[in-house]
Ligand binder design. Sequence first.
Ligand code: C5P
Length: 295
Amino acid sequence: MPERVEIAAPAKVNLRLCILSREESGYHALESVFCALSLADTIVVTRGEPGTRLHVDGGIDTGPPEKNLAVRAAAAFHAALGEAAAIDLHLAKRIPSQAGLGGGSSDAAAVLRALNALQGDPLSRDVLLQIAIGLGADVPFFLCGSPLALAWGRGERLMALPPLPSRPVLVAKPAWAMPTPEAFGEIARLRGGIYKPVPVSIDAADLRDWDGIAALAVNDFEPAMKGHASRVRALADAMRSAGARIALLAGSGSCVFGVFDTEAALEAAAKAIAAPDLQLFRAETLGTMPEPVAS
Ligand code: C5P
């Protein structure tokens, strides 16, 4: 059995994010195209003394350890396995939080995969998916095996898609953060509480190239950014003017991202939107999901 497992935990953006309806529980049914990015945290799990200890590098606030999704993922994994934890969790944090990039969810999925590898893969993917959806709506995507997937439901119904050719992605992080429940609350307010999905038919062929995906690209959260909606629009418009094929709000905010054909177009967009209150990240879409490395 390995002593240590390391795995990258990539950020995601949603190339399409439609909010379809509201369940009685208050949860929302979604339709989404997830896409993983090269911007990534790193998770290392090592065998240790009894218990779970979290060590975080990177200077990004990850909240109190007991609320941290990586720690909660470890607890859920050990509960499912019926064994007590004896591990150290090292998290090198690079993905900004409350930014719509799925960083906490990706860390949680990476912990599930790393712990499973550390124990010789005792849990099946179906069991890991079941644990994942209990941790958060974005977690199952990171276990589906592809860096590109179509998702429905809360995010637990997934169709892994063939990856597209890698493209440069610019991510702009404004100074404000947007908690996901607040963004959903604003959608409910704007739509009057009850809403139904509009009938849509998607061609499988449209999910096989960037032109097809670009035609489907939308994010229903954009009008729900309260006082920030016009800034989001301006950033996305500036990225499009500089050549972005797709420019949208990331997840439930607050980042705005652009997918470009060339590095030169990405750099033109970076120059056009540069501002003291914006943090810029340069990444690319992933061609494969990172695998755990055991030693
Ligand atoms: O799943 P996650 O922890 O990211 O969700 C945070 C909050 O966002 C939930 O507590 C819920 O209020 C809202 N949410 C929702 N419908 C979803 C996903 C999240 O209403 N499909």
